[in-house]
Design a protein around this ligand. Structure first.
Ligand SMILES: [Zn+2]
Ligand SMILES: [Zn+2]
Ligand SMILES: [Zn+2]
Length: 356
């Protein structure tokens, strides 16, 4: 994530709605990929007072900003839309009459905007349901039917909402936005890492598999690295939940869950690629790692891995100093690296078009 500055010079963050120094209202202009201070000019319209590429432009606040305060993105005044590009991808929101749902929904939208920012940085196509009603990307934020137990017994009960992906539609159980429920689920699943941004990165990986790999020239190489995805998906998951990962998973997979099925291996690897790219970007922005050119490596990907290994080790050590769990509790074995390198090559042409 980039660091941004208010017109007053104060550092502001991607999720901010108000500058703590000059108290200006803030918003994110998605088409310019910029956080900016705003000046009200009446009629729900706002002008950018700052110098820079969007100086003087007029915006409206996303309807989810004004109505529910769960968004901080802007809509150009001339746009026909009431919602920003991120909120337009949300197909179903939780029942806001239920206690805490507004707060949990806000956390989900926040993680989603971070995801959309990263996808745009990489130049990846984001095609919603309006353009592609059958396979377009959309998000359903749902709660378990029994509101009494949804945050206390996330594994029990019927009509349970399962976080997952189908034909571009990503479902997230909003209990994942509850820290206690998510930590309990992480313990039950024996995981070392479970976050909202991680869910978004994983699930959107399934969407991009269908867009970038299936029916493309990448499919053969994908199968040689990840395995044949035509293996029965339901049976594979059942086997994984019954027996766990194979004993030698640490030589081939980025996580135990990646061993469940070639689709999950792709989605887990994709999530890690996004973790690595965004976290390295952030660390570079805040000058926690040296800016490139870094120590010379044979390929761009090897340079990326070199920088990442250095940062991940440092982050984990810093977290331990603060008494926190490791920020990146994973080891990238040779098999996992080959898969990340493949993803790097698949994404490269999109990124090159964005940042020529
Ligand atoms: Zn300010
Ligand atoms: Zn919005
Ligand atoms: Zn998955």
């Amino acid at each position: 994530m980039r660091d941004f500055y208010c017109q007053c010079g104060n550092s502001i963050f991607f999720r901010n709605t108000r500058c703590l120094v000059c108290e200006r209202t803030l918003g994110f202009a998605p088409e310019a990929m910029l956080m900016t201070a705003l000046e009200a000019i009446g009629d729900g319209r706002w002008r950018v007072p700052a110098s820079g590429s969007i100086n003087g432009r007029i915006y409206r606040l996303c309807q989810n900003y004004t109505q529910h305060n769960v968004c901080n993105w802007l809509v150009p005044d001339e746009s026909p839309h009431h919602f920003c590009p991120s909120c337009r991808l949300t197909r179903t929101i939780p029942d806001l009459d239920a206690p805490r749902h507004l707060e949990l929904w806000a956390r989900l939208e926040n993680a989603k905007r971070h995801l959309i920012f990263n996808l745009r940085q990489l130049g990846l196509p984001i095609v919603g349901r309006a353009e592609d009603p059958e396979f377009g990307l959309c998000f359903d934020f749902l709660a378990d039917a029994d509101a009494e137990t949804e945050f206390t017994e996330p594994l029990a009960g019927q009509a349970q909402v399962t976080t997952g992906h189908a034909n571009g539609a990503i479902t997230i159980n909003i209990a994942e936005a509850d820290d206690v429920a998510r930590a309990r689920m992480r313990e039950q699943m024996g995981e070392h890492y479970r976050t909202l941004i991680g869910h978004f990165r994983h699930e959107v990986g399934h969407y991009y598999w269908a867009r970038l790999i299936e029916k493309t020239e990448w499919l053969d190489e994908y199968r040689s690295l990840f395995g044949d995805e035509r293996a029965d998906y339901g049976q594979s998951l059942q086997r994984h939940y019954a027996n766990g990962a194979p004993a030698d998973w640490q030589s081939h997979f980025v996580t135990p869950y990646a061993s469940a099925h070639p689709w999950e291996d792709w989605a887990e690897s994709w999530a890690h690629y996004l973790h690595i790219r965004d976290t390295l970007d952030t660390a570079t922005e805040y000058q926690l790692v040296a800016r490139p050119p870094w120590q010379k490596q044979a390929t761009e990907f090897e340079a990326l891995m070199h920088r990442w290994t250095h940062l991940a080790i440092g982050m984990n050590a810093v977290n331990r100093s603060m008494g926190l769990a490791d920020a990146y509790p994973f080891v990238l074995n040779a098999g996992a690296r080959r898969k990340l390198e493949f993803i790097h090559r698949v994404i490269a042409p999109y990124e090159a078009r964005t940042n020529p």
